[in-house]
Design a protein around this ligand. Structure first.
Ligand code: MF3
Ligand code: CO
Ligand code: CO
Length: 258
């Protein structure tokens, strides 16, 4: 399969799916607090998606049994919601992919449970800023290497590391399509992006080493050195002179609202 280039009609449907995902993430803002379980978050997001006539793409995807991913502290990605109780000082990534009218909208954000440590807060802020910087350079002709460079250069200067084992991906009619969008790289290297391409950028950034391992459940990826990890994700579509951020939040993403 080659890389899809989506039409303006498709962009409207991608915006609809992305908007539901963004609103589901906004809806969680005042609900993430010490004492709740990650299963509770899974349940309320599942209900939110249903009430918006959307379904969850992760549910039953390759055997995944929940509607969202919840990745706490040293979990890098693909954390499975459970009876685990969130505690004051935890940081948690919530990753939602809604599916509606044959299109996907994939985004994730970090939430601080109670009061985070200074280091955890910095990790979260640097991770978000790396995504913002990558999105700001997007336009036809930019290479995948340029995107990776933007993230890696910024993150490593701040003393953190970029996860290599997981990457962003093309998305649209399928949940995961070509190309792979890695979050490290060199300027001018790799494929040039074109108008109509749709993909996610979803940097996973570790406080320690970039190495990860997957637990015996087959999903949960953690940092090998047990250091904290953070991630933010948006779904974007390339336009003639920039990009449209389908999962943009009016409430957050102040830096990205033009
Ligand atoms: N939403 C994740 C991503 O950003 C994928 C989750 S797949 C699942 O690509 F099966 F773990 F849910
Ligand atoms: Co994704
Ligand atoms: Co995702």
């Amino acid at each position: 399969m080659s890389i899809q280039q989506y039409s303006q009609e498709d962009f409207k449907k991608l915006k609809k799916a992305g908007c539901i995902t963004a609103r589901a993430l906004d809806f969680l803002d005042d609900k993430i607090k010490p004492g709740i379980t990650t299963n509770y978050i899974d349940r309320i997001v599942s209900e939110f998606l249903k009430s918006n006539n959307a379904t969850s793409a992760p549910l039953f995807y390759k055997g995944f049994t929940k509607s969202i991913c919840t990745s706490v502290n040293h979990v890098v990605c693909h954390g499975i919601p459970s009876e685990k109780i969130l505690e004051d000082g935890d940081i948690v990534n919530i990753d939602i992919t809604s599916y509606i009218d044959e299109f996907h909208g994939d985004a994730s954000r970090m939430y601080c449970v109670g009061t985070p440590s200074v280091k955890a807060k910095k990790l979260v802020d640097v991770t978000y800023e790396s995504l913002v910087r990558a999105i700001k350079i997007l336009k036809p002709g930019v290479t995948l290497g340029d995107i990776g460079y933007e993230i890696q250069n910024f993150v490593e200067n701040e003393g953190f590391s970029v996860v290599r084992d997981f990457c962003g991906h093309g998305i649209g009619r399928l949940f995961h399509e070509e190309p792979s969008v890695v979050h490290y790289g060199k300027k001018n290297q790799g494929m040039k992006i074109k108008e109509g391409m749709v993909f996610t950028i979803e940097p996973m950034i570790n406080a320690g080493n970039f190495q990860t391992k997957v637990l015996n459940d087959g999903w949960t990826a953690v940092t090998k050195d047990k250091s904290l990890s953070a991630q933010f994700e948006h779904t974007v579509g390339i336009t003639s002179n920039g990009c449209e951020i389908f999962t943009l939040s009016n409430k957050h993403d102040k830096e990205l609202n033009q």
